[in-house]
Design a protein around this ligand. Sequence first.
Ligand code: FES
Ligand code: FES
Length: 170
Amino acid sequence: MSATDTGESLALHAISLTLNGQSHQLEVHPWTTLLDLLREQLQLTGTKKGCDHGQCGACTVLLDGKRINSCLTLAVMHDGAELTTIEGLASGDRLHPLQAAFIKHDAFQCGYCTPGQICSAVGLAREGKAASAEQIREMMSGNLCRCGAYSNILAAIEEALPECRQEVQS
Ligand code: FES
Ligand code: FES
C-alpha cells in the first residue's frame, strides 16, 4: 500500500444518518464502530458497551428497523441509514409499550442490559416470528442479563408484544 493510499484510508469519511428521526451529517474514521459513534461522538450513552465483541447484546440498536449489535459494525458502512436507539423509542412523554412493560414487570436490576433488551424486543416484534414464551426466550438469547432478570424480562416482552405488533401493522 502506498503512503497516499494509507493517508486516504485513514481520512475521515462523511456519512449522513437519520438518527431517532433527526438527520445528521457526520465525519467518521473508517474504524469507528456504530456503538462508538453513538456513545463517544454523539454522546448517546443509552446504548451500552458490554463485551464489545458481539456476545452480550447490550449494544443492540435498530438499523433500518432491524436489530443489530452496534459494536460489530462500522459506522462508515451505514451512510444513508435510519437508526433508532433507546433514546428514540418514546413518543414525547409516552413511553414505548416495551419500556412501560419493563417498568411494570420490574424487568431489570442494575439496568445495564435494559436498553439492549428493549431495542432487541422491538426488533423481535417487527420480525413477527415469536409466538410463544419459548420462542421469545430463544429469539432473545443474544441479549444477556448478568443480574438474571430473565423471568421478568420475558413477562414484560410477552405482555407488550401484541401491542408492538399492532403498531408495526398500523
Ligand atoms: Fe455489543 Fe456486547 S457490546 S454485543
Ligand atoms: Fe443488570 Fe440485566 S439488569 S444486567
